[in-house]
Design a binder for this molecule. Structure first.
Ligand code: RFL
Ligand code: PHB
Length: 396
């Protein structure tokens, strides 16, 4: 067994782990990241596309914002399609100037990986048998094996940034953790294609056949989704079947503008709301999907991961500067923002999808709420304020 000493052991090299590593490195704190997969695998996951200002600010603070500002698309609004027409939510006007950045998670990850490689900070990819130990003591440890050899990291803190299926949350004794979960009775089938976007902004569509979303990665690359059954398999969905279904769920003008092409990636994701409380257990802090999941409607997952990491990096930096109280409120500060984003994502999901069990009454309720939403300044403002992202708040 080879033993290495580091200040923070980070489990997982997704956006949470890499961003935490970057912010700690800037503050002169040494961290080693242990990742179960290869860099190519991590970059191959096509996920989030929309970054809140809070996330953009943290990426800038970490020193990895240059390409994002050059290539990202700044959006001041999005559209809601229903009843055969589209209605724009003018986020920028409604929130006094706030906007979002359309820049893919793959690119965020690529920028963070490149910066980490340049900084010389250590990342162990393809680590097997990752295990967490003694986080109820002052000397927590992470063990793993790599190429058949056993390794141990002795540290001050473990950051559990290993996603929903990771080992970190699973290492916490059941009596110390409480979880809340809602599983939705459908999934999202997503297709990435080198085709121009349908419109210059995102379109979220409520249709009697089910939800659809037209998003993008650039002016030449689109990301589209349709609500699908949980029993569906990607192989059952030919590209043609996907484009036909998407077209049917759009208003006539958007359907006309839709440019189709071969898929580069196609995947089905289930929809889930999930929160684990608390997010700190002695010297183990969870961040990002390891602690909570939102359904993707509203684009909050990666943004919550980033704000968790914002709170965590500042708490750890405070700790090394002698303020050992800040880490005590880490969980409380995160969870306040997490629950607000959970509420928004649940509400937006409920408003836009076809729910098999609610029947015609449910559809009438959605139609009435959408009508109210786009015609009431108060309702549009509440939606815009949540979509651009709520500010990072103190505890309490
Ligand atoms: P990740 O990205 O899952 O990374 C966790 C990393 O940990 C590794 N790992 C382990 N490493 C070591 N030991 C173990 N035992 C390990 N087990 C796992 C994994 O290999 C992985 O590399 O979590 P992180 O970093 O917290 O990031 C969270 C985000 O990825 C996630 O919230 C977003 O992708 C959610 N999401 C969206 N978020 C947004 O903010 N805006 C969006 O537009 C948006 N769209 C989406 C989304 C998620 C989607 N899917 C597929 C779930 C669209 C979709 C379709
Ligand atoms: C995406 O571009 O992948 C995306 C955009 C908005 C969402 C979810 C996903 O709400």
């Amino acid at each position: 067994m080879t033993t290495t000493r580091t200040q923070v052991a980070i489990v997982g090299a997704g956006p949470s782990g890499l961003l935490l590593g970057a912010l700690l490195h800037k503050a002169g704190i040494d961290a080693v990241i242990v990742e179960a997969r290869s860099p190519e695998y991590v970059l191959g996951r096509i996920r989030a596309g929309v970054l809140e200002q809070v996330t953009v600010d943290l990426l800038d603070e970490a020193g990895v914002g240059t390409r994002m500002h050059q290539e990202g698309l700044v959006h001041g609004g999005f559209e809601l399609a229903f009843g055969g027409a589209r209605h724009r939510i003018d986020m920028k006007t409604l929130t006094g100037g706030k906007q979002v950045m359309v820049y893919g998670q793959t690119e965020v990850t690529r920028d963070l990986m490149a910066a980490r490689a340049t900084s010389g900070a250590r990342t162990v990819y393809d680590a097997a048998d990752v295990a967490l130990h003694d986080f109820d003591s002052d000397h927590p440890r992470v063990t793993y094996s790599k190429d058949g050899a056993s390794h141990e990291l002795v540290c001050d803190f473990i950051a559990g940034c290993d996603g929903y299926h990771g080992v970190s949350r699973a290492s916490v004794p059941a009596v110390a953790i409480r979880t809340y979960e809602k599983i939705y009775p459908f999934g999202w089938l997503g297709v990435l294609s080198d085709t121009p976007p349908v419109s210059h902004e995102l379109i979220y569509s409520n249709h009697e056949r089910g939800f659809a979303l037209c998003s993008m990665r650039s002016m030449t690359r689109s990301r589209h989704y349709v609500q699908c059954s949980l029993d569906d398999h990607v192989e059952q969905w030919s590209d043609d079947a996907f484009w036909d279904e998407l077209r049917r769920r759009l208003d006539p003008e958007a359907a006309e503008a839709l440019v189709t092409g071969p898929s580069i990636e196609k995947s089905i994701a289930p929809l889930r709301s999930f929160v684990a409380e608390p997010m700190r257990f002695g010297r183990l802090c969870l961040a990002g999907d390891a602690a909570h999941i939102v359904p993707p409607t509203g684009a909050k997952g990666l943004n919550l991961a980033a704000s968790d990491v914002g709170y965590l990096s500042s708490s750890i930096i405070d700790w090394y500067r002698g303020d050992q109280h800040s880490i005590d409120t880490y969980s409380e500060r995160c969870l306040r923002r997490v629950w607000r984003a959970e509420r928004f994502s649940w509400w937006f999901t409920s408003l836009m999808h076809k729910f098999p069990e609610t029947g015609e009454f449910g559809q009438k309720m959605q139609a009435a709420e959408l009508d109210y939403l786009v015609n009431s300044n108060a309702a549009s403002t509440a939606m815009a304020e949540n979509y651009v992202g709520l500010p990072m708040m103190a505890a309490g």
